[in-house]
Ligand binder design. Structure first.
Ligand code: HEC
Length: 173
């Protein structure tokens, strides 16, 4: 029994070697790990572009901040102002240079003043000051779009909410 098994093992080993050998000869053995043609390629890390970040993060934060101001919801406005600042900061980190524009310099240079004015207005609960600072921030969005050859991306002060599932009014204590 034992010698029979051994000889079988030897024979099957020889067959394996023969198949492997022919594979080497035809060059197949050099790409043993290649997936079959039908399988999908390996997943890639998702890297949003500047336009994606603007649409996904900056634009909704700007909208929500405006709606918070309309409702005089200062607690939420303070939160959303912070979120907008973080959105700007992440844009700078992910896209420090866009084509010929130094976004890392231009972003804080243009947004700093209206963002600070908004923080003061929110702290004071001053609706008129908020409205004025928010208008300046919105002009800043458009000023940058002009200087980066995107004058057709026109941002305005929102009048209605595109978020049907969120209540922007202050929470009653
Ligand atoms: C420092 C410059 C800069 C500032 C400030 C800026 N943007 Fe942008 N934004 C750009 C550039 C550049 C693009 C075009 C990116 C592209 O085409 O890939 C863009 C694109 C966009 C888009 C995408 C256009 C679309 O409809 O798909 C939106 C929305 C947008 N910005 C909103 C805003 C808002 C809102 C603000 C202000 C709160 C703002 N941006 C401030 C530079 C800026």
């Amino acid at each position: 029994m034992f010698p029979k098994l051994l000889s079988f093992a030897l024979v099957s080993g020889a067959i394996t070697l023969a198949i492997f050998g022919s594979g080497l000869g035809s060059g197949q053995a050099q790409t043993p790990a290649a997936p079959p043609a039908s399988s999908s390629p390996a997943p890639q890390v998702y890297r949003p572009g500047l336009g994606d970040l603007m649409t996904m993060t900056v634009q909704p934060r700007h909208t929500k901040l405006g709606l918070a101001g309309l409702e005089k919801n200062w607690v939420y406005a303070a939160y959303e102002l912070h979120e907008l600042q973080e959105a700007f900061d992440r844009v700078v980190k992910v896209v420090p240079v866009y084509r010929k524009t130094n976004i890392a310099e231009l972003m804080p240079a243009t947004t700093k003043e209206p963002m600070e004015a908004l923080a003061e207005a929110i702290k004071a609960g001053d609706a008129a000051k908020f409205t004025a600072a928010y208008a300046r921030l919105t002009e800043t969005c458009n000023a940058c779009h002009h200087s980066t050859e995107r004058p057709f991306v026109v941002i305005q002060v929102p009048k209605t909410s595109p978020f049907p599932d969120q209540d922007f009014r202050p929470v009653k204590p």
